[in-house]
Design a binder for this molecule. Structure first.
Ligand code: CUA
Length: 330
């Protein structure tokens, strides 16, 4: 079976994956990845030129000086040529030195933000296996999906509550380690509105591969609207079923989840749910956030994402009630 469909399957996979291109710094959408991709292309072109010249000269000499049929004796035996020796020592030294200077300049440009401060601060907290995104200045706590306004510099501080993670959005920035007991900092600017995929880039356990996130680079208008909505209090339960769901959420669920939008810097081990349905994904950016997926999740989280901290034991009736209320949390 596998052998029969192997090639066709591989081709299909190739075309399917081609539809959603892998995020790469070569499709840069920020000043940081601009610097990185520029350096990449310069190095690649320099290496190509050297390769073509050196290999071309080699082939040319091999063909020109090959042994011919009427050759009866050894060719002229020579040893050393000062001019050549100096040339092929000096040129590589100059090239390496140029690359060194360009690499240092790029590293400095990537490390140094264009301005020393920003009025937009983002706190990233790594959890096994999801991302907490807090905006201390705005009183917003969210998860797995962060929003930034286009063209504005965001000052980012990173910390972890458990093990070492790594924050990586290829199209926007390189990797920065997220280390328990240490505050790392970086900066982030998006050049064009869009959605950019991020991924934990440091092995952190079973679900490391499912510790994803998304960066929404919004127009200033969209960002302001997003902020205004996130700052609102969570939806107040109205109908009886909603009230029942609210009771479960603020009861057993409250040990790990908050629905207070401004609750930042808590020891809660789960994401803030005040505006859950304003997000498009859940469980570390792993599943599309829709009623069917969320209901399956509540039924058996360990089946969908084995090893995660959520081990919920509630009745089908409570799941129904929870769903009624959760879906109102826009
Ligand atoms: Cu977190 Cu890998």
């Amino acid at each position: 079976m596998l052998r029969k469909f192997g090639i066709a399957g591989l081709l299909l996979l190739f075309f399917l994956t081609a539809c959603q291109p892998t995020p790469t710094f070569l499709r840069s959408a920020s000043p940081i990845s601009n610097h990185e991709s520029n350096l990449y292309w310069i190095i690649l072109i320099m290496a190509l030129v050297v390769f073509v010249l050196v290999e071309g000269a080699l082939l040319w000499i091999l063909v020109r000086d090959r042994k011919r049929e009427d050759d009866e004796q050894l060719p002229l035996q020579i040893y050393g040529n000062n001019r050549l020796e100096i040339t092929w020592t000096v040129i590589p030294v100059l090239l390496t030195f140029t690359l060194f200077i360009m690499t240092v300049r790029t590293a400095n440009a990537v490390a140094a933000p264009p301005q020393s401060t920003s009025d937009l601060n983002l706190r990233v907290v790594g959890h096994r296996w999801w991302w907490e995104f807090d905006y201390p200045g705005l009183g917003i706590a969210t998860a797995n999906e962060l929003h930034i306004p286009v063209g504005r510099m965001v000052q980012v501080s990173l910390e972890s509550v458990d093990v070492i993670h790594s924050f990586w959005v290829p199209e926007l920035s390189g990797k920065t380690d997220v280390i328990p007991g240490q505050h790392n900092t970086m900066w982030l600017t998006g050049n064009q509105p869009g959605v950019y995929y991020g991924q934990c880039a440091e092995f952190c356990g079973t679900e490391h591969a499912l510790m994803r996130f998304r960066v929404f680079v919004d127009t200033q208008e969209d960002f302001d609207a997003w902020v205004a909505n996130q700052q609102k209090n969570a939806y107040q339960p109205q109908a009886e079923a909603e009230q029942a769901g609210h009771k479960v959420l603020t009861g057993p669920c409250a040990a790990c989840h908050s629905i207070d939008p401004g609750e930042i810097d808590t020891d809660k081990s789960g994401p803030n749910l005040a505006h859950l349905f304003s997000r498009t994904t859940f469980a570390g950016g792993t599943f599309d956030l829709n009623e069917r997926n969320l209901r399956n999740w509540l039924k058996d989280t360990q089946k969908m994402k084995p090893g995660n901290d959520m081990d919920l034991k509630i009745s089908p009736k409570e799941i129904d009630e929870l769903m009624t209320y959760l879906t109102k949390l826009k």
